[in-house]
Design a protein around this ligand. Structure first.
Ligand code: ADP
Ligand code: F6P
Length: 331
């Protein structure tokens, strides 16, 4: 293999730049030409491709976002779009493709490899941590750290005002950001997509806490919780705040949606190192003709696995961790 390409796709996440950095650096060290494909599959379809150099990736490893740009690309779902993507790979002579993204992007890579024989390797880049085959995805640690910092800030003002806050965090249908952050910041209530929403329980916790003199509660809610069976990202915090107010009209309570702040800012050291380790491993796979793989981490060991098998796995909810989170905040 002489020429490889790298793209980032779907929602950006911290650690993507680290993975690009390592793919380029390690690829060049192994004598490969490394092409950057801009704006995910859209750039692959449109031929937005550029040869990358060491200078292209200088000082990017720690930065949030992705220097290659990203996109959600509906055309990639169609055979016409997919054929254009293949034509671009052929035009530039790209023999191996590193796809950095979430499960959607991996499904795109799976199509390219199983239907068209493209040599692909996937690196999990998404703050959601929603891929079953790996312990962690790039960006999860950084996004969770942002949530913890935001809650620390809120706590200062909440305490002196005896005020509670409903804080909505991202994660799509996976509650890991909310769950891990709840443990680290001692959220009094945590609401996850994996656990049925029970507002009566929330209210009884808040009433109990008020009785023992605790009026500054964090109700950390993952955007993926279903309200009347509906996914209502961006509105969940307000709806929950209003439902609590209906049942406890005197409570001092506000809501905040942390939104895309969670995808911004530098990557944590953990995400930076993870991105670099995964990028290096992806290049190793390609040069040893080990393709149609995805890279993961288990027990702090980087590994690769068949893309079809990895995507077929179902995520197991960590009920023990959830119980532990709740046990820490009993008053
Ligand atoms: P993420 O990768 O963060 O999960 P998306 O689910 O939006 O983000 O997927 C990113 C892109 O991957 C899509 O916009 C599309 O271009 C491509 N993709 C997703 N699923 C498929 C599929 N089944 N076939 C082909 N391409 C897909
Ligand atoms: O998949 C990452 C993610 O940030 C989710 O947590 C969130 O639901 C979604 O992307 C937001 O997507 P967009 O940036 O397209 O609004």
């Amino acid at each position: 293999m002489k020429k490889i390409g790298v793209l980032t796709s779907g929602g950006d996440s911290q650690g993507m730049n680290a993975a690009i950095y390592a793919t380029v650096k390690c690829g060049l060290q192994k004598g490969l030409e490394v092409y950057g494909i801009y704006n995910g599959y859209q750039g692959l379809i449109d031929g937005k491709v550029e040869l990358l150099t060491v200078q292209s990736v200088e000082n990017i490893a720690h930065r949030g976002g992705t220097v290659l740009g990203t996109a959600r690309c509906p055309a990639m779902f169609t055979p016409q779009g997919q054929k254009k993507a293949i034509a671009t790979l052929q035009k530039f002579g790209i023999e191996g493709l590193v796809v950095i993204g979430g499960d959607g992007s991996f499904n795109g890579a799976k199509v390219l490899s199983t239907k068209y024989g493209v040599n692909t390797v996937g690196i999990p880049g998404t703050i959601d941590n929603d891929l079953a085959y790996t312990d962690f995805t790039l960006g999860f640690d950084s996004a969770t750290a942002t949530v913890i910092n935001a809650v620390k800030g809120l706590r200062d003002t909440m305490y002196c005002n005896e005020r509670s806050f409903v804080v909505e965090v991202m994660g799509r249908h996976c509650g890991d950001i909310a769950l891990y952050a709840s443990i680290a910041c001692g959220a009094e209530v945590v609401l996850l997509p994996e656990v049925e929403l029970d507002l009566d329980k929330v209210v009884s916790t808040l009433k109990h806490n008020a009785k023992v003199g605790k009026h500054d509660n964090i109700i950390l809610v993952s955007e993926g919780v279903r309200i009347n069976g509906e996914y209502l990202s961006g509105k969940v915090a307000d709806i929950i705040r209003d439902s609590i107010l209906e049942r406890m009209p005197k409570i001092n309570i506000r809501s905040v949606v942390l939104g895309h702040l969670q995808r911004g800012g530098d990557a944590t050291i953990q995400d930076t190192l993870l991105g670099i380790r995964m990028g290096e491993h992806a290049v190793k796979c390609l040069i040893s003709d080990k393709t149609n793989r995805v890279i993961g981490i288990k027990n702090n060991k980087i590994f690769d696995e068949d893309i079809v098998e990895a995507l077929a796995k179902t995520r197991q909810f960590d009920a023990k961790l959830y119980a532990f989170s709740k046990s820490l905040v009993k008053y």
